[in-house]
Design a protein around this ligand. Structure first.
Ligand code: SF4
Length: 189
């Protein structure tokens, strides 16, 4: 990589163990996609070559919770799926993080029905909310970077006095400006 040439052989680098561990953790977030609907397709697009989530070290999607430390809830959650979501979250490795991707995961979206969970944050601690229907890949990557910044700063997920994990509640801003319709739309009588 050329680093040998850039550094003279008698150079000594010092750092703290915590810094190295945080660097390794932030550079190898392994997602557990809980993808139930169209936002899951957008997650797949984010991991593909055009957007290349691998640039952030987060492309290794794992479908075993024991090998994942970042859950991405992508899509609406039915009431019957809820115990599965909670069990998968509990089985993930510590320290673990949760991204709520899209309107359905965060609020139930347009599915204001008794059968759809009206926000997964009522049942698992959500760290980052990514808005959109579906969110753009850039927004999801911004969510991943938000978690990386938290890990960089300390790396310890906050817990309450009762030992329960506290959510970080970070909201990602849209990364694009809403533009008007390219053509005028009129509704006939
Ligand atoms: S937020 Fe929109 S794109 Fe995402 S799962 Fe719901 S309906 Fe589909």
């Amino acid at each position: 990589m050329g680093i040998e040439a850039a550094l003279s052989t008698d150079t000594i680098l010092t750092t703290s163990l915590r810094r190295v561990v945080n660097w390794a953790r932030r550079s190898s977030l392994w997602p557990m996609p809980f993808a139930t609907a169209c936002c899951g397709i957008e997650f797949m697009g984010t991991a593909c070559s055009r957007y290349d989530l691998a640039r952030f070290g987060a492309e290794v999607a794992r479908f075993s919770p024991r090998q994942a430390d970042m859950m991405v809830v992508a899509g609406r959650i039915g009431i019957k799926m809820l115990p599965v979501l909670q069990r998968i979250y509990e089985q993930m490795t510590e320290p673990k993080w949760v991204i709520s991707m899209g309107a359905c995961a965060s609020t139930g979206g347009v599915f204001d029905t008794y059968a759809t969970v009206q926000g997964c944050d009522q049942f698992i601690p959500v760290d980052v909310y990514v808005p959109g229907c579906p969110p753009r890949p850039e927004q999801l990557m911004e969510g991943v970077m938000a978690i990386q910044r938290i890990i960089d700063s300390d790396g310890i997920p906050p817990k309450g006095p009762d030992g329960r994990r506290l959510p970080l509640n970070i909201a990602i801003e849209p990364t694009h400006r809403v533009r008007p319709q390219p053509i005028g739309v009129t509704i006939g009588r």
